[in-house]
Design a protein around this ligand. Structure first.
Ligand code: SF4
Length: 258
């Protein structure tokens, strides 16, 4: 399967399905992927197949590369809609994540004050006060919650360390609405078992958790690129639309990306 490894620390700008013209900030090494999850649908591949040899970029390297790119885009008249922390793994695992967020907000304010700062995170570090504080300072705090079923999480998201979904949901509530929940819906099989989370068995308890979190928005999406696990299938438009409409009926804005 051909999966993607992103340049580091800056990639793009790219046109994102959900975010518009997005300049990517990748806090992981440029030559591989490492993450606190090992999702079977990860566009970067499995951790074991993509182990990096290089180090992560330092705080200073990130700030210098970001400033150089923002200057270049400014001179070319290209205006990013969003500066997005994403890439080859979990951005909040960088030891200087909170300081990097502050640097990024300062650079955004100088070069492109209309742009939003977004973080795509798998939520594994949100129990830490410094990470919570940093995510409170960004515009779009986009946190993954694919399901509330621990068996499904272990099968599909495959946390590499201890992960207690109920503690994560409690930590999501502590953002007091300053959070966007992002959920992958898909179908197919992995390891001889179904990984379909579009059925009511999965959607109803997930929706109850979402309602308890009271996020500013929910983004539901499905597989868009090649995945390291074979035999996965996209959720259909109708399935995603139906889930989206249930979220909206609960009074929470929701978008579906196919
Ligand atoms: S959380 Fe994101 S980067 Fe990490 S394995 Fe899952 S899809 Fe890949």
């Amino acid at each position: 399967m051909s999966t993607i490894i992103y340049p580091s620390p800056i990639f793009g700008p790219v046109k994102s399905r959900r975010l518009g013209i997005s300049l990517g900030i990748n806090l992981m090494p440029a030559d591989g992927k490492v993450c606190t999850f090992d999702c079977i649908y990860c566009e970067c591949g499995f951790n074991a197949d993509r182990r990096p040899r290089q180090k992560r970029p330092s705080r200073q390297e990130v700030a210098e590369a970001l400033e150089a790119q923002l200057k270049k885009m400014h001179d070319e008249g290209v205006h990013p809609d969003v500066l997005t922390f994403a890439g080859n793994g979990e951005p909040t695992s960088h030891p200087d994540f909170a300081d990097i967020i502050d640097d990024t907000i300062a650079l955004r304010d100088s070069y492109c004050p209309e742009a939003k700062v977004s973080v795509l995170s798998n939520s594994t570090f949100i129990l830490r006060p410094d990470i919570h504080g940093a995510l409170m300072r960004v515009d779009n705090n986009i946190l993954k919650l694919d399901t509330v079923d621990p068996l499904y999480i272990n099968k599909v998201d495959k946390p590499t360390g201890h992960y207690d979904v109920n503690r994560i949901i409690d930590a999501m509530k502590r953002f007091e609405g300053h959070v966007i929940i992002q959920t992958m819906f898909m179908k197919g099989n992995y390891g001889g078992e179904s990984v379909d989370n579009t059925t009511d068995d999965y959607v109803s308890p997930w929706l109850e958790a979402v309602k308890s979190i009271q996020p500013m928005e929910v983004m539901v999406y499905t597989i868009d690129r090649e995945t390291p696990a074979e035999d996965l299938q996209k959720a259909t438009h109708d399935e995603l639309n139906s889930i989206r409409d249930r979220v909206i009926a609960a009074g929470i804005p929701c978008t579906a990306s196919y």
